[in-house]
Design a protein around this ligand. Structure first.
Ligand code: FE
Ligand code: CA
Length: 529
């Protein structure tokens, strides 16, 4: 292990804001790496597809759960290849990137120069070790083009302790995926009791527990991501398609809102935790340098266009939101705003609202609002008597919701679909113009995808929820099993397949299609497909 001092002349040539990304040598480079294990134990990922490329990602961690993933605090040169075929006979792009200790030895390469609307295969290698697993990603259709069909998976909420990622295994086998939208809760920050286990394929008990206590430091977050990313089903899903990543609350702290954590820590103290959580998120996600963390946070809201057929608005419902309204069922210690407090009330913030309004003006076959928490009003059976709402959802921000509903109505043409996660249940419904009249004119259809793992095995209908559909006339579907959704997007019809897995606390869970739903363009209603 011989550190090479940085060539000072080279450093000066590259000085400036590009130094981080220009592929120059960091201060200390590990010239002839001898890893203490296979360096690609966290797999690979891709994201941010464009017509001419995408991001490819990996992170060197030969011993994922050990300090620094088993890596020395040195930079490592990582080679990458992109090919037109899975056997890498036709390599079309290749290069080298530096895995830096400052970034948890992660590598983010923005590949360009590719052809639109086609699959590519990519892999990494380092230090003469066997190469990484091979990943696959599709470029988007060219700007202005209108493809006949697109296929986008939806997944999230993957509490590791709650069960196996069998749903990801099934998702990775879905044919012809253009991308997977991830609505967040990629990791969970807490620590459960020491009794979490699953039954493996051989019928044996296998512990499935978070390593370490609740996470606060950069190394804590890095290790939690490393533990999650060690899961082979998750790796297989990433290798199958580009992911459109967002975050929700658990990448930071349960139900955080802007400058507030859920326990009422002073904002300047939570800001420190938020900053390291953002850095760890960046390090572990296949995102562009536009999402690099800064003192102001990460600009996570952004768009991905698929020719003229689909515009995906990837949204951030956490970073700019006001504190949740006080809910009678909330414990007193949590910071909240009085229920009758009048604005200004934010869930996505002024800048993002303006950005969304601009984005909706442009003419696309469909606009997908890819976000996290339920936008439509909802009557919950559990707290019906108290008249309580889910204060962490858009229902807790009625003024902000009214502004966005208004934007959708004015700017779009009945071609807006909202994709949501968070509640660990499948729902499908419409967003009524008037939240107090669930049968009023709908402005958009909303598909809420269940969790990959959070909540455990679940059931089709939990006890006490039998009347949930009748009490929510704007809804057509409810299911409490684990799984994912797949959007088949055509020019005139949007189809959503709602997929459930029968068990995740035991290996071998089978998938089933709970429902196939359809929306006709221009008419925000949901029918059985
Ligand atoms: Fe969750
Ligand atoms: Ca959540």
């Amino acid at each position: 292990m011989k550190p090479i001092p940085l060539d000072r002349r080279k450093f000066l040539l590259g000085a400036g804001s590009l130094v981080l990304f220009a592929g120059l040598q960091p201060g200390r480079l590990w010239a002839a790496p001898e890893f203490c294990g296979y360096p690609f134990a966290l797999g690979v990922a891709s994201g941010e597809p464009a017509a001419d490329g995408f991001v490819i990602w990996t992170r060197l961690a030969p011993r994922p759960l050990e300090e620094n993933g088993g890596m020395p605090m040195l930079g490592v040169a990582v080679q990458w290849d992109v090919a037109e075929d899975p056997g890498f006979r036709r390599i079309v792009r290749k290069g080298e990137a530096i895995a830096r200790p400052e970034l948890g030895h992660s590598v983010h390469v923005e590949v360009d120069g590719l052809k639109p609307s086609r699959p590519y295969w990519y892999r990494f290698s380092a230090g003469g070790q066997p190469p990484s697993p091979v990943g696959r990603a599709r470029t988007t259709p060219a700007i202005g083009e209108k493809p006949k069909q697109l296929r986008i998976g939806v997944a999230g909420c993957q509490h590791y302790e709650a069960g196996l990622y069998t749903a990801y295994r099934h998702l990775s086998q879905e044919p012809e995926l253009d991308a997977v939208f991830h609505y967040g809760d990629y990791i969970y920050e807490g620590r459960g009791k020491d009794d979490k286990f699953v039954i493996d394929a051989a019928g044996n008990r296998m512990a499935r527990q978070h390593v370490g206590d609740e996470i606060y430091t950069l190394n804590d977050y890095r290790r939690r991501y490393a533990q999650y990313k060690s899961d082979l089903d998750l790796q297989t899903a990433h290798a199958a398609a580009a992911f459109l990543m967002t975050w929700d609350d658990h990448e930071f702290d349960n139900n955080w809102a802007g400058e507030n954590d859920q326990d009422g820590a002073p904002p300047e103290v939570f800001a420190l935790r938020r900053a390291v959580a953002m850095q760890a998120w960046y390090e572990n996600m296949p995102v562009r340098r536009a999402q690099f963390p800064t003192a102001q946070g990460i600009r996570m809201f952004r768009r991905i266009d698929y020719g003229r057929l689909l515009r995906v608005h990837l949204m951030d419902t956490r970073q700019y939101r006001s504190k949740q309204r006080c809910d009678p069922s909330m414990i007193g210690r949590k910071p909240c705003r009085p229920l009758d407090e009048q604005g200004p009330e934010q869930i996505i913030g002024d800048a993002q609202e303006a950005w969304l309004g601009e984005g909706l003006k442009e003419d696309f076959g469909w606009h997908l609002l890819a976000q996290q928490v339920m936008m439509m009003p909802y009557r919950y059976p559990e707290n019906r008597a108290a008249g309580a709402i889910n204060t962490d959802s858009w229902s807790g921000y009625p003024q902000a919701r009214a502004r966005v509903v208004d934007l959708i109505e004015r700017r779009a043409k009945g071609n807006v679909i909202v994709a949501t996660g968070d509640v660990h249940k499948h729902h499908a419904g419409v967003i009524p113009r008037d939240p107090n009249d669930l049968t009023s004119k709908p402005v958009a259809a909303e598909f809420v995808a269940t969790s990959i793992a959070s909540g455990g095995d679940g059931s089709d209908m939990p006890k006490g929820w039998e009347n949930v559909l009748a009490e929510n006339p704007h809804n057509v579907l409810f299911n409490d099993r684990r799984g994912y959704q797949v959007f088949d997007i055509g020019r005139d019809e949007w189809k959503t397949s709602v997929i459930a897995v029968d068990r995740i606390t035991e290996a071998g869970g089978k998938k089933s299609v709970v429902a196939k739903l359809a929306v006709e363009r221009g008419k925000p209603e949901i029918d059985k497909a």
